[in-house]
Design a protein around this ligand. Structure first.
Ligand SMILES: [Zn+2]
Length: 79
């Protein structure tokens, strides 16, 4: 397993949120390099963010129950 290193040093990353909720109702927030990124047609583009917390905050404007992806945004993933 290669750990995903999210650069907190000001590099901006594109983030997306899934249009379709998980079974638990969560809309997952992914960055553009996530291995589990769904097909583009299932994604709502959020924009460039420095960290997943900002991306999840934006995602909640679209879907109130948004959560960081457990794989690519684990520090923003709650359950
Ligand atoms: Zn992800």
């Amino acid at each position: 397993m290669t750990p995903i290193v999210l650069d907190g040093g000001g590099n901006m990353t594109k983030y997306y949120v899934t249009r379709n909720a998980q079974l638990n109702g969560d809309h997952e927030v992914h960055h553009e390099f996530c291995a589990w990124l769904p097909l583009a047609q299932h994604l709502q583009y959020l924009g460039f963010f420095a960290d997943c917390a900002s991306a999840v905050r934006e995602a909640r404007k679209h879907f109130s129950q948004s959560n960081g992806c457990a794989f690519c945004a684990s520090e923003c993933h709650t359950r």
